[in-house]
Each structure stands twice: as structure tokens, then as C-alpha cells.
Design a protein around this ligand. Sequence first.
Ligand SMILES: Nc1nc2c(ncn2[C@@H]2O[C@@H]3COP(=O)(O)O[C@H]4[C@@H](O)[C@H](n5cnc6c(=O)[nH]c(N)nc65)O[C@@H]4COP(=O)(O)O[C@H]3[C@H]2O)c(=O)[nH]1
Length: 669
Amino acid sequence: MLCVDDDAASRTLLLRILEQRFARVLAAKDGAEGLDLFRRHGPAFVITDIQMPVMDGIAMARAIKAEAPATHIIITTSFGDAELILSAVDVGIVDYVVKPVSAERLDASLDKCLRIATLERRLRLEKVRTESILESIGDAFFALDKDWRFTYVNHRAEDHFRMRRTELLGRGFQEVWKGPQDTQQAFEEAMRSQEKRSVEQFSESLGIWHEVSIFPLDGGISVYLRDVTERKRHEDEIRFLAFYDPLTELPNRTLLKERLASAITRCKRSGQRGAVLFLDLDRFKNINDSLGHEVGDLILKEVAQRLRTTLRDSDTVARLGGDEFIILLEEFSHPENIHSITHRLLFSLAQEIALQGYSLHITCSIGISFFPTDGETVEDLLKASDTAMYFSKSKGRNTYQFYSADMNSKTLRYLEMENALRKSIQNQDFLLHFQPQVDLRTRAVIGFEALVRWRHPELGLVPPDEFIPLAEETGLILLLGDWVLESACRQARAWLDRHTTPLHVAVNLSSRQFWQGDLVDSIASGLTRSGLPAQHLELEITESMVMREADVAIGKMRELADMGVRLSIDDFGTGYSSLAALRQFPIHTLKIDKSFVREVTTNANDAAIAASIVALAHTMNLLVVAEGIEGEEQAAFLLGKGCEIGQGYLFGKPMPSHEAEVMLCGPQS
Ligand SMILES: Nc1nc2c(ncn2[C@@H]2O[C@@H]3COP(=O)(O)O[C@H]4[C@@H](O)[C@H](n5cnc6c(=O)[nH]c(N)nc65)O[C@@H]4COP(=O)(O)O[C@H]3[C@H]2O)c(=O)[nH]1
């Protein structure tokens, strides 16, 4: 504490009071001496008279405040020195005490002074703390006064503006701000309304997302710029996972549904049409199972890429999951263009995929529905194109089908049949009918063709044309085929045991049985289990079945022929024939298809075809069976052309085994 007074008595009085409260009290007799003591000792409190020689109290106070603004100064003055008091207040004194100074009044003033000092110290501490926080935070922070001038800038803000604090303080905000328009607007609103605002902005130049929080501050504003790039990236990732398939990066089901819904609305408004293509890869499961999921995934990615590049950017290609993709085509004015688009897709996918040393060929089946004609809701349209895709598969794959309303009932029937067929295979609800094959010259029965029938719980006996394709499609044919083969062999064995006729039994093989099952093994075990010698079994295969990969087929056929099994080509003439391949087939018999036999006596073409098949067979040392003979003229004609064996209603319809056995006992046999 420094006490300055030119009057010795007053000084002594003051010192006495002050020394009771302060540990150390310095005394000076005028302003100059006081200032000198102040400079040397730097006391926190000063009490001074105003009117003094050499330097008055106000001049001294001004000098002290200029050097140490935090110093607390009290003046003592005579009553009525109002002007002096006012100028002292301007200098920044804390209080004044009227002379003669009483102990109570001085105590009260000192209390006030100490309270203010404590408060100021606290404020200073608070300020330091706040500043250290503002400096240590990772966010840029700055404050602007009501005239848009910088009043505070932390070091992050320096980085942000790429300017030093000293350059920024006092400078106008508009001179340095280069942010986007809507952030600028938020600043103006906060300044005007003195209410909090916050916006998110992306800074192109820094590649950073900022959350900008603006608070009102003393007529101006304070601003935090928080770097939220990481959070944004995370949000983007979450959004990506919610709307995109991570493997192919195509839109997923959720996003597809959103886009389809808005496409439907747009098309309704514009009166144009859109299309939903449901695309399913053919036999993808086989690839996945045999080559592994890793290769499967690579294929899916490649497929996604091909679909994308085949279509326009504005078209949506989505992955529903598994090997199912959806393509959404919008507002095309010529719906017939869909043909060329679909062909392009099929072509693009059919190109070889070379992966990890494998050369793969992928095909797909596509179902197409149009909106709004085939449905006006997302669900209806997806269902319609799914149904059409299903039909496309049943048409033999690598093709496309347009949805039609009657497909729904067909699909339902198909699904019901599949379930029933599955159950029937477990329960063995099948039986064999046998159709005799006769020597055309003697009419003696020389064998039977075994034809399967399904004993359907509700529909009764179902003919094979109605369920063999389904059994093929679902793979159930492998189980069914084994059952047919073994049952036919057992029946033939039983007839051989009871009759002397040297007969054979002919069994139809389906394409899937031929190519997929362990054909040779299952035939061998069927023969062993039934005890039928191989030469009594004839296997009927079709040309189209074996022409696909003739070389491999010939290998399989040779193995069968080597076992002693007879092979015949069924439906000969109806498919694509390669005489060169036919020559190499180790076959025994050609069967003239019933479509040529039907009008063989009335249609010159059919007659010529039948005659040339017989001639061809003979040059190749093959037997010929004509099937579908219903009348004597047909039989006579074919016999006349040299055909040895006949099959058809004329000689007997397919019949249960006990009826067939009766024929073996008949006069001709
Ligand atoms: N209009 C007429 N038709 C006659 C005449 N004679 C025989 N048919 C019919 O012609 C079909 C001959 O069998 P497919 O050509 O091998 O044709 C068979 C065969 O491809 C297939 N199939 C039958 N059983 C089996 C089997 O066990 N396995 C396999 N994979 N396919 C079978 O189903 C097809 C149809 O068999 P089904 O309905 O039994 O029909 C039989 C038979 O009933 C005739 O004089 N006139």
C-alpha cells in the first residue's frame, strides 16, 4: 500500500489506520515521490490526496494507471471538489474519501477496494483460464464486435484464416471471410437477432467439413468452427451401408425401393413408361459351390461392373442380394427399345470372365415388367418382374420374358407342383407303365418302353410331359430317374424269369441325368441290384441332349456300351443332327419320332423323311423303331421301307405291368 499526502498530520492519521490492515505501507509527500515509490515497489493499492505540490494526485494516478492498469487507487479530497473527483474517476480510481478522513469511512472504502481487487483477480484468472481453453481446443474460435471487427482470435482461427492474430485483430470480417453463402447468411442473422445459429459447411479448399456455431456476444458474435470431417465421413459410411451393397457398391434394396417409388410418381406425371428388369444369374449356385465364395464374389463384382457400363448413368442398377440384380429404366419414349437394351445386357454378361485362371461364361435370365401398366406400387412391380424372370428361367435360361398377368397363376401352380413332386418322391408315389415294342413283320413283342406316371394325391395319374420338365428344373429328376431305372430293370428281370421271350426294356434318360449324375455308376448299380443282364436294358437319349458336347457325350456312351447296355436315339429327326457325330455314337437303335409317323401315309415330306431315316440307319447298321404307330397303313408303309420295329397304340398303349405281362403270353410272342 502506498499512501501519498503532502499534509504530515493527515499522512500520519492515514498511516495509522492503514498499518492496521496492510503488512507494508509506503508513504510519500507528493505525487512525484509517490510515483517514484510506486515504480520501485509496485504496490497493488494507492491512497492519495489530490492537491499536492510538485505533482498532484490525479497526474500521479494517471501515470500509475498507464503503467499498471490493475492498480487500485483511492483518493482523499475536500468536500465539494466535484470536478476533481470526476476527473479522478476518468483516470480510473476505485473510490474517494472526503477529508477529514474518518477511520470508518476509510475502512469502508478499503473494504470496497479489496472486494473489487478480489473480483478483478478472479476475473483475470477466469480470463486466463478461458483463453487457455480457447487456445487449447482443436476448434477455431474468434469473436467479432458489432462492427464486424475481430476482437479475439485463437491460434486455430489463425490457421483457418491463414493470417496472424495481429493481422486479424481489428480487421473487418468481410475482408477475410471466404466461406459459403449460407454460412454468411447465418452470421448476419445471428448478428442481427443476437440469437444462436449453427450451420455445417464444406470448405473446398481445405477439404474439411465444419460445424459453425455462432453465439451472440456483447452486441457482436463469437464463432466456433469445429472440424467434423471425421464424423461426416462416418455418417457417409453409415449412409452408404444403409443404401448400398458393400460388395458391388450398387444401390441395395432400400435405395432401389426409394428410387422406384419416385420413378413411378415421375412417370405418372409425365405419362411415360418405365421398366423394371429382374436379372438372375443362371446356375450361379453351382459356381459358388464348386469354385468357392471368393470367386463367386469376384464374379458378382464383374457382373455389377458390366451392367453399369452397359447402361446409362441415369439408369439404376441395384443388387437385391445373392445373384439377383434389378435394373430400373425410366421414362423411355419407345418401349420397344427394351429389346435392344436387354440384348445388350445378355451379350455383355455372356462375354468370357477370366478369373484366377478360370475362364467362366455367365448367362442370366431376365424378367421385365413395365410401369404403370404392370403395377403401380414398388412391391407389385418387383413381384411382376420376378415372376417374369422365373418364366425366363423355365424357358431355358439366357433369355428374357415380359410379364403377363396370367403368369401369376402359372407360377402358383408350378410352385404347388414342385412341393407335391418333392413329397411324392419321398413317398415313391410313382409307377411305371410299359408300352410294347413289336417286330413289325411278326408282331411279336420284343420289348417294352418304360414310361413313368405320377400318382398325384389329388390329380390322379399325371402324364410325364407335365412333370418331367419340373423334375428336371428342380434336379429331382436324379432321384426319380434312379427309381425308374431300378424299377424297370426289376420288372424286366421278373419277366425274364417267368417267360422265355428274349425281351429288353427301354428307359428314357433326361439331359440332367445324362450330364450331372454319376450316370455310369448309377446304371451299373441299378443293373446289379435288379440282377438284369446289361444287354436287356436300352437307354433312350435324345440328339439334342448329346450334341451339346458331343465329345464328352461319346465318352460316356462308350462306357455304357462297353457295359453291354443298348443305346437308342429318341425323337430322331426332330433336333439338330450332326451326321458326323452320329457316326461316332456307339448306338444300337434310332427311333423315328411320332411326329413323322402321324402323317406318313398322307404327307409326302414325312414319308420321305421316315424312309430316309430307315435308309440312314441301315447304312449305319442300326435298328429302327418307329413310334406313334396308330394305324395299319402306317405300319405297312414303314415295314415296306424296311423298318423292323414298331411302337404305338396299334400294338398297345402304355399299360400297367400286369397287363403288359399278358402280352408276353399272347400268341404272337
Ligand atoms: N399320340 C400317340 N402317342 C403315343 C403313341 N404311342 C406312344 N405314345 C406316347 O408317346 C410317348 C413316347 O415316349 P417318349 O417319346 O419317350 O416321350 C416321353 C419321354 O420323353 C418322357 N418320359 C416318360 N417317362 C420317362 C422317364 O421315366 N424318364 C424320363 N426322363 N422321361 C420320361 O415323357 C414323354 C411322354 O411320355 P408319355 O406321355 O408316356 O407318352 C409316350 C407314349 O404314351 C401313339 O400311337 N400315339
